[in-house]
Design a protein around this ligand. Structure first.
Ligand SMILES: Cc1ncc(COP(=O)(O)O)c(C=O)c1O
Length: 417
């Protein structure tokens, strides 16, 4: 069995068919498929350990263990410590909560810098502080020609009154990877905190909170083969200080004080299994024994495969008349996620037609509303195809061929044979 066959054999959903066509899932940037081990961890928790935390009987103690294991897994993935990891419903909920807490210390004259390249989950929670606290929001621009963030413009937006730089590590719409470390250095020099959205980055590049210069970093395990869940890493001194609305008897300790109510322990069990799944993909080439070292191996393997798949996808799409591709070329700083448009074809219709052929792509603005508007596709949106650990060359070729058919159909050039 080849390495990719071994990976694929772990995902039962890859056997699904539509109209006799095997499904090719290019919708990973919206949420990946899950391997059996993740589903089993969720099921196993619910069937064998289901309880609330903090009580003194076996299933409750086991639930405590599940939570600790989840924090440890996420710490290995992000390069932090387990006591710096908190869980929440999703990235958006965690960002709303932390932005409100940081906002309590801000007032008129204070500034937050956001970017045009970001998912609005890392824009609008901060923008709310304008209305609520009179904070000034400054927006660093993206270059629509290259699909990259203009770091000089970002630097010009940072100043003595900047309190927070909210920045995405990778664009979920275009795949662009931003040099967060460079931006964070500039923000830090200005005395600002750095809040990093790594939701689209973490499935493709192993985050390292220290190297990125983050003060907070958020991810969503459902984008990297886990269940629907959000997780945040924060520097413990900052997590301790955050002024968060709390229920009186809920724990005041770090990291529990970030969390609200009863957590989804089954999703946390699944997230641990997702990190373990990722750690297995590298085959231990570097000989490192810890999970973080195995994750580093796995991500190196994923990057090589992703780059090769992306180049094939990019070249295939660019060879089609009427297809417009966006963002950084292969080999540049990007994930294997392609934003594209087909001239004269409505993206929703195109996604529907591809879906009937068993090719699942997403369409619209993906909540990266400003990105799509700056590209000139506001309202109608674009198409997005993302390669994941289970994507094959044959699937990429199928996608390209079906898109070719749609493009030719729209200009009346469809082959009839
Ligand atoms: C880059 C990026 N940031 C934030 C989010 C929001 O994540 P969640 O659904 O966990 O709130 C997404 C989801 O698509 C995303 O892709």
């Amino acid at each position: 069995m080849t390495a990719i066959d071994r990976i694929r054999s772990r995902f039962p959903s890859l056997a699904r068919e539509v109209n006799g066509h095997r499904v090719a899932y290019f919708d990973g940037p919206g949420g990946t498929q899950v391997p059996v081990s993740v589903a089993n961890a969720v099921r196993g928790y619910l069937l064998d350990h289901n309880a609330n935390e903090g009580w003194n009987y076996p299933t409750s103690r086991e639930t405590d263990d599940v939570l600790h294991a989840g924090r440890a897994a996420m710490a290995d993935l992000l390069g932090g410590r387990p006591d710096e990891i908190a869980f929440g419903q999703n990235m958006t909920t965690l960002t709303l909560r932390v932005s409100r807490a940081l906002g309590l210390r801000m007032g008129p004259g204070d500034e937050v810098v956001v970017t045009e390249l970001d998912h609005h989950a890392n824009v609008d929670p901060w923008k709310g502080l304008e209305r609520e606290r009179g904070v000034t929001i400054r927006v660093a621009r993206m270059d629509p020609e290259t699909g990259t963030l203009d770091l000089d413009d970002l630097e010009s937006k940072l100043g003595a009154r900047t309190r927070v730089l909210a920045i995405g590590a990778a664009s979920n719409a275009l795949g662009t990877v931003t040099d967060v470390a460079a931006a964070a250095e500039r923000a830090r020099a200005a005395g600002a905190l750095v809040y990093v959205d790594a939701v689209h980055y973490a499935p493709h590049t192993l985050p390292d909170v220290a190297a990125l210069g983050a003060d907070f970093l958020v991810v969503s395990p459902y984008k990297f083969y886990g269940p629907h869940l959000g997780a945040i890493w924060g520097r413990s001194a900052l997590l301790e200080e955050l002024e968060l609305p709390r229920v009186e008897s809920s724990p005041a300790s770090v990291p529990e004080r970030i969390e609200t109510g009863t957590l989804s322990y089954e999703a946390i069990a699944g997230a641990t299994a997702a990190v373990d799944f990722l750690a297995e993909l590298g085959g231990g080439v570097s000989g490192g024994s810890g999970r973080r070292a195995r994750l580093a191996d796995a991500y190196a393997t994923l990057r090589d495969r992703g780059e090769a798949l992306f180049e094939r996808l990019w070249d295939g799409m660019n060879a089609i008349d009427g297809v417009i591709t966006f963002g950084v070329e292969p080999g540049g700083p990007r994930t294997p996620t392609l934003g594209f448009a087909i001239e004269g074809v409505d993206p929703r219709e195109a996604a529907g037609a591809l879906g009937e052929k068993g090719i699942f792509v997403t369409h619209g603005d993906f909540y990266a509303t400003t990105v799509i508007r700056r590209l000139g596709y506001g309202g109608r949106g674009i198409l997005r195809a993302g390669c994941a650990a289970y994507t094959t060359e044959a699937e990429v070729d199928r996608l390209v061929e079906e898109v070719r058919g749609l493009a030719e159909g729209s200009t009346g050039n469809a082959k009839t044979d």
